[in-house]
Design a protein around this ligand. Structure first.
Ligand SMILES: [Fe+2]
Ligand SMILES: [Fe+2]
Length: 281
Protein backbone atom coordinates (compact mmCIF):
# COMPACT_ATOMS: atom_id res chain seq x y z
CA UNK A 1 0.00 0.00 0.00
CA UNK A 2 1.29 3.47 -0.88
CA UNK A 3 2.19 5.56 2.12
CA UNK A 4 0.31 8.87 2.11
CA UNK A 5 2.27 12.13 2.11
CA UNK A 6 1.24 14.58 4.83
CA UNK A 7 1.86 18.29 5.30
CA UNK A 8 2.20 19.06 9.00
CA UNK A 9 2.22 22.60 10.36
CA UNK A 10 4.05 22.55 13.68
CA UNK A 11 4.80 24.73 16.67
CA UNK A 12 7.80 23.93 18.85
CA UNK A 13 6.78 23.56 22.50
CA UNK A 14 10.09 24.72 23.90
CA UNK A 15 9.17 27.79 26.03
CA UNK A 16 12.09 30.06 25.19
CA UNK A 17 13.36 28.95 21.81
CA UNK A 18 13.78 31.95 19.51
CA UNK A 19 15.49 30.35 16.55
CA UNK A 20 14.33 29.83 13.02
CA UNK A 21 12.77 26.38 13.52
CA UNK A 22 10.11 27.35 16.11
CA UNK A 23 7.25 27.26 13.61
CA UNK A 24 7.02 25.70 10.19
CA UNK A 25 5.81 22.88 8.06
CA UNK A 26 7.05 19.40 7.26
CA UNK A 27 6.10 17.11 4.45
CA UNK A 28 6.56 13.48 5.43
CA UNK A 29 5.00 10.05 5.02
CA UNK A 30 2.10 9.07 7.25
CA UNK A 31 4.06 6.13 8.66
CA UNK A 32 7.01 8.31 9.64
CA UNK A 33 4.66 10.84 11.26
CA UNK A 34 3.12 7.99 13.27
CA UNK A 35 6.59 6.94 14.40
CA UNK A 36 7.23 10.49 15.64
CA UNK A 37 3.83 10.85 17.37
CA UNK A 38 4.28 7.48 19.09
CA UNK A 39 7.53 8.80 20.55
CA UNK A 40 5.74 11.37 22.79
CA UNK A 41 2.85 11.01 25.24
CA UNK A 42 0.95 14.25 24.67
CA UNK A 43 -1.93 14.17 22.23
CA UNK A 44 -1.49 16.28 19.07
CA UNK A 45 2.25 16.34 19.59
CA UNK A 46 5.19 14.61 17.98
CA UNK A 47 8.92 14.32 18.39
CA UNK A 48 10.92 16.64 16.16
CA UNK A 49 12.55 14.88 13.22
CA UNK A 50 16.35 14.73 13.33
CA UNK A 51 17.95 18.17 12.82
CA UNK A 52 14.61 19.98 12.71
CA UNK A 53 15.57 21.77 15.91
CA UNK A 54 18.37 24.10 14.92
CA UNK A 55 19.74 23.96 18.47
CA UNK A 56 20.30 20.24 17.93
CA UNK A 57 17.83 18.85 20.49
CA UNK A 58 14.94 16.40 20.21
CA UNK A 59 12.00 18.73 20.92
CA UNK A 60 8.30 18.17 21.34
CA UNK A 61 6.35 19.80 18.52
CA UNK A 62 2.62 20.42 18.47
CA UNK A 63 0.93 19.41 15.21
CA UNK A 64 -1.14 22.54 14.60
CA UNK A 65 -2.49 21.28 11.30
CA UNK A 66 -2.15 17.95 9.49
CA UNK A 67 -3.38 17.53 5.96
CA UNK A 68 -2.88 15.08 3.19
CA UNK A 69 -0.87 16.35 0.21
CA UNK A 70 -3.11 16.33 -2.80
CA UNK A 71 -2.70 17.11 -6.45
CA UNK A 72 -4.98 20.10 -5.93
CA UNK A 73 -2.64 21.44 -3.29
CA UNK A 74 0.33 21.12 -5.61
CA UNK A 75 -1.64 22.85 -8.35
CA UNK A 76 -2.64 25.67 -5.98
CA UNK A 77 1.03 26.34 -5.36
CA UNK A 78 1.43 27.19 -9.04
CA UNK A 79 -0.06 30.64 -9.01
CA UNK A 80 -0.92 31.67 -12.60
CA UNK A 81 1.02 34.93 -12.38
CA UNK A 82 4.20 32.97 -11.75
CA UNK A 83 3.82 31.16 -15.04
CA UNK A 84 3.27 34.40 -16.97
CA UNK A 85 6.67 35.85 -16.15
CA UNK A 86 9.21 34.04 -18.36
CA UNK A 87 12.17 35.19 -16.25
CA UNK A 88 10.75 34.13 -12.89
CA UNK A 89 13.71 32.10 -11.71
CA UNK A 90 11.90 31.24 -8.48
CA UNK A 91 9.12 29.53 -10.38
CA UNK A 92 11.76 27.57 -12.32
CA UNK A 93 13.68 26.63 -9.15
CA UNK A 94 10.43 25.55 -7.46
CA UNK A 95 9.58 23.37 -10.45
CA UNK A 96 13.00 21.73 -10.07
CA UNK A 97 12.14 21.12 -6.41
CA UNK A 98 9.14 19.10 -7.57
CA UNK A 99 11.38 16.91 -9.68
CA UNK A 100 13.65 16.37 -6.65
CA UNK A 101 10.63 15.58 -4.46
CA UNK A 102 9.51 12.89 -6.89
CA UNK A 103 12.96 11.32 -6.71
CA UNK A 104 12.81 11.37 -2.91
CA UNK A 105 9.49 9.49 -3.07
CA UNK A 106 11.03 7.01 -5.53
CA UNK A 107 14.01 6.45 -3.23
CA UNK A 108 11.68 5.80 -0.31
CA UNK A 109 9.84 3.19 -2.38
CA UNK A 110 13.03 1.51 -3.62
CA UNK A 111 14.36 1.34 -0.04
CA UNK A 112 11.18 -0.45 1.07
CA UNK A 113 11.71 -2.99 -1.70
CA UNK A 114 15.41 -3.26 -0.71
CA UNK A 115 16.29 -2.61 -4.36
CA UNK A 116 19.95 -1.59 -4.27
CA UNK A 117 20.31 -1.07 -8.02
CA UNK A 118 17.20 1.12 -8.23
CA UNK A 119 18.48 3.17 -5.30
CA UNK A 120 21.86 3.50 -7.03
CA UNK A 121 20.25 4.76 -10.25
CA UNK A 122 17.78 7.16 -8.59
CA UNK A 123 20.37 8.56 -6.20
CA UNK A 124 22.79 9.14 -9.11
CA UNK A 125 20.14 11.18 -10.93
CA UNK A 126 19.37 12.99 -7.72
CA UNK A 127 23.03 13.82 -7.08
CA UNK A 128 23.34 15.25 -10.59
CA UNK A 129 20.18 17.31 -10.14
CA UNK A 130 21.33 18.62 -6.78
CA UNK A 131 24.75 19.61 -8.11
CA UNK A 132 23.11 21.55 -10.94
CA UNK A 133 20.23 23.03 -8.94
CA UNK A 134 21.60 23.63 -5.43
CA UNK A 135 25.30 24.15 -6.04
CA UNK A 136 25.56 25.70 -9.51
CA UNK A 137 22.26 27.60 -9.88
CA UNK A 138 21.62 28.53 -6.24
CA UNK A 139 25.06 28.88 -4.66
CA UNK A 140 27.09 29.98 -7.70
CA UNK A 141 24.46 32.29 -9.21
CA UNK A 142 21.54 33.23 -6.92
CA UNK A 143 23.42 33.41 -3.62
CA UNK A 144 26.07 35.68 -5.17
CA UNK A 145 23.36 38.25 -5.90
CA UNK A 146 21.80 37.78 -2.46
CA UNK A 147 25.18 38.42 -0.86
CA UNK A 148 25.63 41.62 -2.86
CA UNK A 149 22.26 43.24 -2.43
CA UNK A 150 19.41 41.46 -0.65
CA UNK A 151 19.33 42.56 2.98
CA UNK A 152 16.21 40.93 4.38
CA UNK A 153 16.79 37.43 3.00
CA UNK A 154 20.51 37.19 3.59
CA UNK A 155 20.17 35.82 7.15
CA UNK A 156 18.57 32.69 5.69
CA UNK A 157 21.37 32.07 3.21
CA UNK A 158 23.89 30.47 5.62
CA UNK A 159 21.13 28.07 6.70
CA UNK A 160 20.45 27.11 3.07
CA UNK A 161 24.18 26.60 2.45
CA UNK A 162 24.50 24.48 5.57
CA UNK A 163 21.54 22.37 4.39
CA UNK A 164 23.23 21.88 0.99
CA UNK A 165 26.45 20.63 2.59
CA UNK A 166 24.48 18.27 4.82
CA UNK A 167 22.35 16.61 2.19
CA UNK A 168 25.12 16.32 -0.41
CA UNK A 169 27.29 14.71 2.26
CA UNK A 170 24.49 12.34 3.31
CA UNK A 171 23.70 11.40 -0.27
CA UNK A 172 27.36 10.69 -0.95
CA UNK A 173 27.62 8.53 2.18
CA UNK A 174 24.42 6.71 1.30
CA UNK A 175 25.78 5.93 -2.18
CA UNK A 176 29.10 4.68 -0.78
CA UNK A 177 27.14 2.19 1.31
CA UNK A 178 25.10 1.09 -1.74
CA UNK A 179 28.39 0.44 -3.49
CA UNK A 180 29.23 -1.93 -0.63
CA UNK A 181 25.82 -3.66 -0.80
CA UNK A 182 24.27 -1.89 2.18
CA UNK A 183 21.21 0.38 2.60
CA UNK A 184 21.67 2.94 5.37
CA UNK A 185 18.03 3.40 6.39
CA UNK A 186 18.78 5.95 9.10
CA UNK A 187 20.80 8.12 6.73
CA UNK A 188 18.07 7.86 4.12
CA UNK A 189 15.27 8.84 6.50
CA UNK A 190 17.32 11.84 7.68
CA UNK A 191 18.07 12.80 4.08
CA UNK A 192 14.37 12.61 3.17
CA UNK A 193 13.31 14.81 6.07
CA UNK A 194 16.14 17.32 5.57
CA UNK A 195 15.72 17.72 1.83
CA UNK A 196 11.92 17.97 2.01
CA UNK A 197 12.27 20.50 4.80
CA UNK A 198 14.88 22.45 2.83
CA UNK A 199 12.61 22.59 -0.22
CA UNK A 200 9.78 23.88 1.95
CA UNK A 201 12.00 26.56 3.49
CA UNK A 202 13.11 27.78 0.07
CA UNK A 203 9.66 27.69 -1.54
CA UNK A 204 7.70 29.18 1.38
CA UNK A 205 10.18 31.49 3.09
CA UNK A 206 13.45 32.18 1.27
CA UNK A 207 12.29 32.64 -2.33
CA UNK A 208 9.28 34.87 -1.52
CA UNK A 209 11.58 37.27 0.38
CA UNK A 210 14.09 37.36 -2.47
CA UNK A 211 11.48 37.80 -5.18
CA UNK A 212 10.24 40.94 -3.39
CA UNK A 213 13.69 42.50 -3.44
CA UNK A 214 15.12 41.62 -6.84
CA UNK A 215 14.45 43.98 -9.73
CA UNK A 216 13.25 42.82 -13.15
CA UNK A 217 16.75 43.40 -14.56
CA UNK A 218 18.33 41.30 -11.84
CA UNK A 219 15.81 38.53 -12.43
CA UNK A 220 16.61 38.59 -16.14
CA UNK A 221 20.35 38.56 -15.41
CA UNK A 222 19.94 35.56 -13.11
CA UNK A 223 17.71 33.83 -15.62
CA UNK A 224 20.44 34.19 -18.30
CA UNK A 225 23.15 33.02 -15.88
CA UNK A 226 21.15 29.93 -14.91
CA UNK A 227 20.34 29.17 -18.54
CA UNK A 228 24.05 29.24 -19.37
CA UNK A 229 24.83 27.03 -16.36
CA UNK A 230 22.25 24.53 -17.56
CA UNK A 231 23.55 24.52 -21.13
CA UNK A 232 27.15 23.95 -20.06
CA UNK A 233 26.42 21.45 -17.29
CA UNK A 234 27.74 17.97 -17.98
CA UNK A 235 26.05 15.36 -15.76
CA UNK A 236 28.37 12.86 -14.11
CA UNK A 237 28.22 9.29 -15.36
CA UNK A 238 27.94 6.97 -12.38
CA UNK A 239 28.05 3.57 -14.07
CA UNK A 240 26.82 0.25 -12.68
CA UNK A 241 26.77 -0.13 -8.92
CA UNK A 242 28.51 -3.49 -8.87
CA UNK A 243 31.21 -2.36 -11.29
CA UNK A 244 32.54 0.22 -8.80
CA UNK A 245 34.30 -2.09 -6.36
CA UNK A 246 34.08 -1.47 -2.62
CA UNK A 247 33.98 2.13 -1.45
CA UNK A 248 37.05 3.45 0.38
CA UNK A 249 34.85 4.12 3.42
CA UNK A 250 33.67 0.63 4.28
CA UNK A 251 35.85 0.21 7.38
CA UNK A 252 35.15 3.72 8.64
CA UNK A 253 31.43 3.15 8.20
CA UNK A 254 31.40 -0.04 10.24
CA UNK A 255 33.06 1.81 13.09
CA UNK A 256 30.84 4.89 12.71
CA UNK A 257 27.66 2.80 12.60
CA UNK A 258 28.55 1.23 15.95
CA UNK A 259 29.20 4.67 17.47
CA UNK A 260 26.02 6.12 15.98
CA UNK A 261 23.91 3.24 17.32
CA UNK A 262 25.24 3.95 20.80
CA UNK A 263 24.29 7.63 20.44
CA UNK A 264 20.89 7.00 18.88
CA UNK A 265 18.94 6.97 22.13
CA UNK A 266 20.25 10.43 22.95
CA UNK A 267 18.95 12.07 19.80
CA UNK A 268 15.75 12.27 17.76
CA UNK A 269 13.98 9.31 16.18
CA UNK A 270 16.08 8.05 13.32
CA UNK A 271 18.93 10.15 14.63
CA UNK A 272 21.58 8.34 12.67
CA UNK A 273 22.55 11.86 11.75
CA UNK A 274 25.13 12.03 9.04
CA UNK A 275 26.45 9.33 6.83
CA UNK A 276 29.07 6.63 6.75
CA UNK A 277 31.62 9.02 8.15
CA UNK A 278 32.90 10.44 4.89
CA UNK A 279 32.51 14.16 4.40
CA UNK A 280 33.70 14.68 0.87
CA UNK A 281 31.27 15.43 -1.90
FE1 LIG B 1 16.50 24.72 -4.12
FE1 LIG C 1 18.78 24.95 -1.85
Amino acid sequence: MVDKMLSITYQCQHPSCQVFCKKGEFVMTESYFKELTDAVEDEDCFKSPPRACRMGFAQQYQAVDVREETEALAAAANAPEKIKDPYNIFYILSEEHKSLSLKLDAMEMAARKRDLDALWAISAEMLNEILLHSIKKEEDALFQVVERKVQSGSFLMPIMKEDHIEFVSMLHGFRCALQDGEILDGVLSTLLVNLRNHIRKEDDEFFPILSEELTDDEMKELFDAMKLIEETHIPMQHGERTAQGLSPFIEDRTRMNAEISALKSLSSVGGESFCCGCTST
